[in-house]
Design a protein around this ligand. Structure first.
Ligand SMILES: NC(=O)c1ccc[n+]([C@@H]2O[C@H](COP(=O)([O-])OP(=O)(O)OC[C@H]3O[C@@H](n4cnc5c(N)ncnc54)[C@H](OP(=O)(O)O)[C@@H]3O)[C@@H](O)[C@H]2O)c1
Length: 286
């Protein structure tokens, strides 16, 4: 019997990962949903599986929550500025209770990317290696929802504004990343493994054309100089720090994104497994 734990199980991705494990036939009694507060999963998750409370910033709580767990999906923390400390706490806790494998949600092409998150993710990678616990890096591309959540704004203005130039994005939905995470959790892997995960790449002009075609509402991409885009974001209510951060991320998508086109998650051709010449065979969403 293998016991699987998922942190961040109250969040969008963690919640879906738990559901994906259940959909793949894992018994509820073999799944531990780790959450900060039980109240956040009073709905579905709490009814389906064992819920344990723990906080990334409190190592003792994390050690207790991971007792008797074999494989852990560590969903990266959402608290800016605290991520490294949080993740190192979880890694140490997992090692202390002899978790056999940690799967960590990293970021696509972290080794070569120079976006604002890369240093953190590389730090996590080092911490995992130093811990001696076997690990799997799930290097997720951007969430498709990062765009679809803004459809109403696009329709209102008729425009997608950005400063990404013709940079390409390899996005996939959280549901797809959760399916990948569950599939990877269930795999009997040897050694440390890296998956680069993403969907077919597109640039923002293509995104505008696709939205226009699908919805019959004209939406075009307008590329702005970076400073002008920062102004637009601030006028939209973002604090200056965040407004300056966003274009740095999207501009870097020129470097981060996976440039192959015509690849899809569903046939797994968008997934590359490092340290192995075998092609990916992660199952699709059930
Ligand atoms: N690839 C992308 O495009 C992209 C975009 C945004 C974020 N991300 C990263 O992917 C992660 C998962 O995405 P998501 O959409 O599921 O985010 P989300 O819905 O915000 O979920 C974040 C989860 O982390 C938990 N968490 C935060 N701080 C914690 C702490 N101190 N102790 C324990 N749990 C804590 C939250 O718990 P509570 O419910 O208690 O707050 C929540 O369950 C994010 O956290 C972020 O690191 C990726």
């Amino acid at each position: 019997m293998t016991v699987y734990a998922v942190t961040g199980a109250s969040g969008h991705l963690g919640r879906r990962a738990v559901q994906q494990l259940l959909a793949r036939g894992v018994r509820p009694s073999d799944i531990v949903a780790v959450v900060r507060s039980r109240a956040t999963v009073a709905d579905r998750v709490a009814r389906d599986v064992e819920v344990r409370e723990a906080d990334y910033s409190q190592p003792d709580t994390m050690r207790a929550a991971l007792a008797a767990v074999d494989r852990l999906l560590l969903v990266s923390s959402s608290e800016a500025g605290q991520r490294v400390v949080h993740h190192v706490n979880v890694i140490h806790a997992a090692k202390a209770v002899q978790v056999s494998r940690i799967l960590y949600t990293s970021m696509l092409k972290t080794d070569v990317a120079s976006n604002p998150f890369s240093a953190d993710h590389l730090g996590q990678q080092r911490a995992l290696r130093e811990s001696g616990v076997a690990f799997t890096l799930l290097r997720n591309g951007l969430y498709t929802e990062g765009y679809t959540d803004h459809l109403r704004e696009y329709f209102t203005s008729g425009e997608i504004l950005g400063a990404a130039g013709n940079g390409r994005v390899s996005a996939a939905t959280r549901q797809e990343y959760a399916a990948a995470a569950a599939a990877a959790l269930l795999r009997d892997e040897g050694g440390n493994v890296t998956y680069e995960l993403g969907g077919p790449s597109f640039d923002l002009a293509q995104l505008g054309r696709t939205i226009s075609d699908v919805t019959n509402t004209r939406v075009t991409y307008r590329d702005l100089p970076q400073e002008q885009f920062v102004d637009v974001l601030q006028q939209g209510g973002l604090a200056e720090g965040t407004a300056r951060f966003v274009p740095r991320l999207t501009r870097r998508s020129r470097v981060v994104s996976w440039r192959r086109t015509g690849t899809t998650w569903r046939n797994c051709s968008a997934v590359r497994r490092r340290r192995s010449s075998s092609s990916c065979a992660l199952p699709t969403t059930p």
